[in-house]
Design a protein around this ligand. Structure first.
Ligand code: SF4
Ligand code: SF4
Length: 288
């Protein structure tokens, strides 16, 4: 099963949840799609890491052939081309690599070249395959990296895949959850946490994904995120306490389930619940 773990903002506990679920799951894959700030590998510390560059195609101009007709400029709906002072300029950062301009140029003045946008690292941490995407500084879109991370042909024979999504609800998050069997929404017990939870709640509804919530940093006091879940019939899968022991393990980049019996039990219970939810969903879908 493929489980996507998402939250409306960073620092909510998405990596804590996905890394620890992968750890209690044993034979599994952990995929870090938070390509601007991947940090799951800091906990899992994979060995034998292999690196692969990720490239996109961008146009390059042969100025000897370009006659300045501007057909390509008019065609590009992303405004990645401009004709300024008798010269065609390519703004590579906003190019979406559609290839259209090179195809339509009547003078064959445009060809495509590879441009590096980042890399994918793959290694092993005991029984866990760890795949991490890293976006180059200054690049706008991590989607080509996320597509490579989630390419079916890259998956091994492990039974569970845990996808640590980028924060928020932008295109990169949509790309990360689109093939997931189930989504876990991680939220904090504050009003701001409710705002962020609502963002990802709306997203999973649009994608018609089955989902449940994990409430992190819970105290005995008021919990607006819990109230939001009750009001919207969102299943609460687990409540992780606000706990200095867990905070210390996290800040030392330790995996809680390997260090604490209490957290091993908590994440095993969460894994059981999610597995049950996915099986229920599969049964409902087969009856449709
Ligand atoms: S379509 Fe071709 S010839 Fe015309 S401006 Fe673009 S690159 Fe130059
Ligand atoms: S490849 Fe597509 S997006 Fe990029 S400059 Fe050409 S037309 Fe624009």
């Amino acid at each position: 099963m493929k489980i996507a773990v998402l939250s409306g903002k960073g620092g909510t506990g998405k990596t804590l949840v996905s890394v620890n679920l992968a750890a209690v799951s044993g034979n599994s894959e952990y995929i870090d799609c938070d390509v601007e700030e991947p940090n799951g590998h800091l906990f899992l510390k994979p060995d034998n890491v292999q690196e692969k560059g990720i490239y996109v195609k961008v146009p390059q101009v042969n100025y000897d052939l370009c006659n300045g007709c501007r057909k390509c400029v008019d065609f590009c709906k992303y405004n990645a081309l401009a004709h300024i002072r008798d010269r065609l300029i390519v703004f590579e950062e906003v190019c979406h690599s559609c290839g259209g301009c090179a195809m339509l140029c009547p003078e064959n003045a445009l060809t495509e070249k590879n441009k590096s946008v980042g890399k994918v690292l793959e290694g092993n941490s005991d029984q866990i395959t760890v795949r991490t995407g890293m976006l180059n500084t200054g690049e706008v879109s991590g989607i080509p990296i996320i597509k490579d991370l989630l390419d079916e042909s890259n998956f091994g024979s492990c039974k569970n895949v845990f996808i640590d999504c980028p924060p928020g609800s932008a295109c990169s998050v949509m790309e990360s959850i689109k093939d997931a069997d189930y989504c876990i929404l991680v939220a904090e017990p504050t009003l701001f946490g409710v705002h962020n939870l609502n963002m990802v709640y709306e997203l999973v509804k649009i994608f018609k994904k089955p989902f449940g919530a994990v409430l992190n940093k819970c105290t005995d006091g008021e919990n607006p995120a819990e109230r939001f879940c009750h009001e919207n019939n969102i299943k609460i899968l687990s409540k992780i306490p606000f706990d200095s022991e867990l905070g210390m393990l996290n800040s030392n980049a330790e995996i809680a389930v390997f260090k604490s019996k209490k957290y091993k039990e908590l994440f095993l219970t969460l894994l059981d619940k999610v597995t049950q939810e996915v099986q229920n969903e599969a049964a409902i879908n087969s009856q449709r």
